[in-house]
Ligand binder design. Structure first.
Ligand SMILES: [Zn+2]
Length: 165
């Protein structure tokens, strides 16, 4: 395994503080890893702008990467240049989210599309969708009419489309 891969292997073990067992890598937050001798620079993309956990994530990532024997220091930078989208969540990440009772966002979502959320417990699409999301909510509580479980869903976030021709 080269050093680059070693850093990625570590990133796959750093969980989102709010979602134990879902790594920052599987959430699609890792934008870029740049090695400069013993210095590791990691660019990360914040998921939802309203989520307050970024500082914790930065500390956890830095600490985990610096445990690699060859790493002198690790710098984590959250970049706003690139927008995170729910498409960046890996398949493993989606499976882990379901285990938390969180419905992963729909795939191939386009802004303005109606979208269905399947219940993470029974996979039914017979779920309540009224007043689902506030403007800053990362996740929201929904209710499954089939198995009667409440569950959380992630709001789809897509890359803004360039509408200029
Ligand atoms: Zn259900």
């Amino acid at each position: 395994m080269n050093k680059h891969d070693e850093v990625y292997a570590v990133l796959k073990t750093v969980d989102d503080p709010e979602l134990p067992s879902v790594s920052v890598y599987d959430l699609g937050m890792v934008h870029d890893v740049v090695l400069n001798e013993q210095e590791v620079n990691i660019k990360m993309v914040p998921t939802f702008a309203g989520c307050p956990a970024l500082e914790f994530i930065e500390i956890k990532v830095k600490k985990a990467v610096e445990e690699l024997s060859w790493v002198g220091s690790c710098h984590v930078q959250f970049t706003m240049e690139h927008q995170w989208s729910t498409d960046a969540i890996t398949n493993k990440g989606k499976i882990e989210l379901k285990k938390h009772g969180i419905a992963p966002p729909p795939e191939n979502y386009h802004p303005g599309d109606k979208w269905m959320v399947n219940c993470p417990y029974c996979n039914s699409d017979y779920t309540s969708m009224e007043n689902v999301f506030g403007p800053t909510a990362c996740r929201s509580i929904l209710y499954c009419s089939a198995c009667k479980n409440p569950f959380e869903a992630m709001k789809p976030v897509v890359q803004p489309l360039n509408l200029n021709h």
